[in-house]
Design a protein around this ligand. Structure first.
Ligand code: NAD
Length: 297
């Protein structure tokens, strides 16, 4: 058996088109342009790449992009003052502070200073609480992207056994909440789980968010299961070059799974598409306009 490959890149492109159409409608009908502000503190090279890519895709969707690049020695007071300005700015519907922040800045304090209705990363404590209690809030982009792919490829998720590997606040925990909301029976496994392989073997849906290259082996997968690989790991090859791999050993897993996301080209492109979706959702809510279907959980 060879799994269906879930083409996240193509699916994200379709999602971005749908968003762009709705953005054009908002402009035409109401004269409103959704705006996303991205704040980058310091010069972390990976963060710079992400921020550039987010800005480019925001503009391509027809939204306004506001980039704020601050030096690495920015004080907490300066950063909080900028967030205060963005919170008060009616042109800004979404605010994203690129993580990680330099060590002298308190990430939780900074994230919780963002107006929760503009928190398009969904990391604010209010949004985490809304998700945990099944209420409407902003949903973290990566788990939202995984959920949209799963709904597309599995149809109804109700009653399925889902295993989430990893319990981080940005992926594992919100992913588990979303799967629970879609009526899966959810197990979260982590670094201290004793019989991890056995638990994964019982899963109809596996979401791997571990940060360990090629961790999940094909022999752990239940035949026909849907496997979503969140991991992004750079590994060195014998010729000295590097390549990106996921947390799942794709070659062995694709022989057993029913459907599987590749790395790259799976979850990654969905994350930015969902950031645009969240910005559009935030804009619609702020103006009390109907939200387009299929863009949130
Ligand atoms: P994290 O380091 O915060 O969390 C990793 C989790 O994996 C922890 O909860 C830990 O308990 C668990 N874990 C570690 N070793 C384990 C083991 N041996 N067995 C079982 N569980 C183990 O990482 P994160 O931020 O959740 O990210 C996870 C991966 O997803 C990383 O590779 C990251 O780069 C990637 N990621 C990708 C996207 C995307 O857009 N595709 C977004 C966010 C994160």
């Amino acid at each position: 058996m060879t799994a269906q490959i879930i083409d996240g890149k193509a699916f994200a492109a379709t999602l971005r088109e749908k968003i762009a159409i709705h953005v054009a409608h908002l402009k035409r009908q109401y004269g409103i342009t959704p705006g996303l502000a991205v704040v980058l503190v310091g010069e972390d090279p990976a963060s710079q790449v992400y921020v550039r890519s987010k800005g480019k895709q925001t503009l391509e969707a027809g939204m306004n992009s506001y980039e704020h690049k601050l030096p690495a020695d920015t004080t907490e007071a300066e950063l909080l003052a900028l967030i205060g300005q963005l919170n008060a700015d009616p042109k800004v519907h979404g605010i994203l502070v690129q993580l990680p922040l330099p060590g002298h800045l308190d990430e939780a304090l900074v994230i919780n200073a963002i107006d929760s209705t503009k928190d398009v990363d969904g990391f604010h404590i209010s949004n985490a609480g809304l998700l945990a209690t099944g209420q409407k809030g902003m949903v973290p982009c990566t788990p939202l992207g995984c959920l949209i792919l799963l709904r597309e490829f599995c149809g109804s998720l109700s009653g399925l056994n889902a295993v989430v590997i990893g319990r981080s606040n940005i992926v594992g925990k919100p992913m588990a909440q979303l799967l629970l909301r879609d009526s899966c029976t959810v197990t979260v496994v982590h670094s201290r789980t004793r019989n991890l392989q056995e638990i994964v073997r019982g899963a109809d849906v596996v979401v791997a968010a571990v940060g360990r290259p090629l961790f999940v082996q094909g022999e752990w997968i239940k035949p026909g299961a849907t496997v979503i690989d969140v991991g992004i790991n750079r590994i060195e090859q014998s010729d000295g070059t590097t390549r990106l791999v996921g947390d799942v050993d794709f070659d062995s897993a694709k022989e057993v799974a029913g459907a599987i996301t590749p790395v790259p080209g799976g979850v990654g492109p969905m994350t930015i598409a969902c950031l645009l979706a969240n910005t559009l959702t935030a804009c619609c809510r702020m103006h009390s306009l109907p939200e387009p279907d299929g863009l949130t959980a």
